[in-house]
Design a protein around this ligand. Sequence first.
Ligand code: AGP
Length: 611
Amino acid sequence: MCGIVGYIGYRDAYPIVIKGLHRLEYRGYDSAGVALIDKDIKVYKKAGKVSDLEEFVKGVNLHGTIGMGHTRWATHGAPSDRNSHPHSSGDRRLTIIHNGIIENYAVIKEALLAKGHVFLSDTDTEVLIHLVEDIQKETGLDIREAVRVALNKVIGAYAIVIMSSDEPDQLIAARKGSPLVIGVGEGEYFVASDATPIVEYTKNVIYLNDNEIAYIRRDDLLIKNIDNTVQTPYIHELDLKLEMLEKGGYDHFMLKEIYEQPRSIRDCMRGRIYPKIGKVQLGGIKEYTDKLKNVDRILIVACGTSWHAGLVGEYLIEEYARVPVEVEYASEFRYRNPIITERDLVIAISQSGETADTMAAIELAKEKGATIFGVCNVVGASIPRITHAGVYTHAGPEIGVASTKAFTAQVTVLTLIAFYIAQQRGTITQSKLIELLTQLNEIPELVEKALQSNDHVKEIAAKFKDSRNCLFLGRGSSFPVALEGALKLKEISYIHAEGYPAAEMKHGPIALIDEEMPVVFIATKHSSYEKVISNIQEVKARGGKVIAIVTEGDTDVKAMADYVIEIPQTDEAFVPLLATIPLQLISYHIAVMRGCNVDQPRNLAKSVTVE
Ligand code: AGP
C-alpha cells in the first residue's frame, strides 16, 4: 500500500531515503515525503510522485545522518500535500510515517480534539502521533514507552517509523499486520517496507514480527514485544540481487518481467520435478502428505490475478488429483460465514504475501481448524508466516504493478501441487506423470518461443489501441486466462475489458458485439476447439473483430479470424502458461501506445494491505 524507508548511520540519509522511495514507489505513488534530523526535525512532503518531491526539495540543504521517507497510496484523506506523510505532533517534536490503517482513529481523534489537539490533515496517521504526544504529556514517559503505550491503544494494521527531536539519535519502528524489514549494517541500520531499498547496502535483514517494536540507534538495536518483553531477532541473509530491481535495458519493468518468464518458470520448477522418474517433490508441504491423501475439499482464496491463477489451479487439481476445489475471492470469503471444517485444505495465493483480504481469509479459515498452505512470491512476507506450510513461487521481485511473471509462476506452482496431490492419492499413473512432467519441463523454452511473437503482437496492438471495449473469451482452463487478459488490459490501458467463458457469450455479452468490438479468443487445439470455433463464427457473423490465440500451424481458425497469434503446441494442462504470454504483450503495447504509465497505473498499488 504505502512504502516506508528509514536510515540511521554515518552516511547522508537523504540520498538513501530518496533512492529507497523510488524502489518502493510501486507500493503507492500519490504523494511522498521525507523527514531528516539535523538538531531538529525537518519535514518535506508533496502530492505526486517521488520525482515531484525531489524537484520540490531541489536547492534545500538536506543534511542529516538520520532520515525517513514515505510514498503513499491514499486511504484516509485524499492525495494532497497536507495528507502526505510524514506527520508531526502538535509541538513538532515527534514525526511519523505509517503504512496501514488505524481503525479506531476517529474515537481517539475525538478525545484528542476535546483536549485541544489541532490536526492539520485528514489522516489516521496524524492521530497516532498526537496520541503519542498526549501520552508523553500526561505521563512524562520517554518516547520509547510512550510509543509502546500508544500502540497498545490502537486497533488496526501498521508499520511505522517515528523520530523524536528529544532523542535525535534514534528511530523507533513497529509493525502489526504491515511488513517491516530492518537492514543490519556496520554502524548503521535501515528500515523499509521490503528489502528492495536495503539490498544495496547490506544482505543481513531482520523481518520484524507483528506486535514488535524496534528501538534503533547507530550501534544498537533492541526489539521488544508490545507487552514489553525483549525479543531475540533472527538475522536472515537476503537472496536478492540488485540487478533484479533494475529495468536492465527494458523500457518498463512490466516488459522486463514478461521477458523473464522463461527464467522464472524454470526457477519455480527447479529441484521440484523429476520427469525421468515421474516424481514431484515439494519440500514446503511434504509434512502434510497424510493430510493431502485424505483431504475432502480444497478451498483456494486469493485476489485479482492470484485469484485467476487459483481458477487455473481448480481445473488442474480436480482433473489430476480428483479433489473438489472451490476458488473464492478472499475479500468475499470472510463476510459470508463460509462452511469450513478441519478436513479442508485452504490454499492462499498471493504474490506480495501481504494482501489484507487474503490474510483475513486465512485467519478465518485457521480459526475454523483448516490446514492452510500459502503460495507466495515474496520470501518472508506476512502470509508465509501465518500459513501452516507452503510453496514459494521464486519468480523474483515483481516491480510492475500489473502482475505478469508472478501469475505464470503461481500457475506453475499450482500445477506442481496438483501433480503432487495426484501422486500421493494415486489418481495419476506413473507413465502419465512422466509424460506430463516431460512436457512441463519444456515449458520455459516454449514460453521463449511464444515471446518471439512480440513484433506481430505489437502490430495487432496498433490496430486496437483506440478501442473502447474488448472481450476476452476462452473455455476450460483458458477461461481464467481470458479473465487475466481482460484484467491486464483494464488496469494498464484503462480500456474496458471483460473476460467470459466463450460459451456464455451467447447468454448476454453477444449483444455487445459490433464492428467496433475486438474479441480475443483463446482457441488452441484442445478439448473445446470445435466449440470455440463455433463461438468465433458467432462473433464474426455479427461483425466483431476476432484476434485468436491458436496452436502453431492451425489453419481452421486462421481462415475465419481477423488476426491470429500462434503459440507452441503443448498438453492442454499447460496452455495457460503459454496463452498468457501474447495477452500480456498485447496489453503492454496498447498501454504504451496510449501513453499510459505502464508500471504505475493510476489508482493502483502493488500490494493492497487494506481491506
Ligand atoms: C494484478 O495485476 C494486480 N496487481 C492485482 O490484481 C493483484 O494480483 C492482487 O491485488 C493480489 O495481489 P497479491 O497477489 O499480492 O495478493
